[in-house]
Design a protein around this ligand. Structure first.
Ligand SMILES: [Zn+2]
Length: 130
């Protein structure tokens, strides 16, 4: 019986160690999450600091950061270019701003009459979206 007693003691000790390890891991994960949250906070402040610096030194950037300024300018230019392209060619954009939607006249595939909207004004057939 001494063997069984020892065996159960060992099991209980293993279980306790596992529980402690699990607790430690949970604690580590918690700490890592808290660290990540602080790092996000720091990044937010660095971004704000960078934006402030950019706004206040835009006209006359320090040579040390001139390259970064140029990269930012290039990104702004690219965004403007993308916006212009999107406004000119995107039907999704027209849907997002219904006040600027221009009804496009199409020919009804069913009756051949010119019409606008989701349904043919002549025969009432549902018109597919382009
Ligand atoms: Zn029709």
């Amino acid at each position: 019986m001494a063997f069984l007693k020892d065996f159960s003691k060992t099991l209980s000790s293993v279980a306790q160690t596992t529980a402690t390890k699990t607790k430690e891991l949970a604690g580590t994960a918690k700490i890592n999450l808290a660290i990540a949250a602080e790092e996000r906070e720091i990044n937010k402040h660095f971004t704000a600091l960078g934006e402030w610096y950019y706004e206040t030194n835009n006209a006359n950037p320090d040579p040390a950061v001139a390259e970064t300024f140029a990269a930012i300018e290039a990104c702004y230019a690219k965004i403007e270019q993308l916006k212009a392209t999107d406004a000119a060619s995107s039907p999704q954009n027209a849907e997002a701003e219904p006040e600027t939607v221009v009804e496009i006249e199409i020919t009804c595939p069913s009756c051949g009459e010119p019409t606008t909207g989701a349904f043919c004004s002549a025969c009432g057939k549902k018109l597919e979206d382009e």
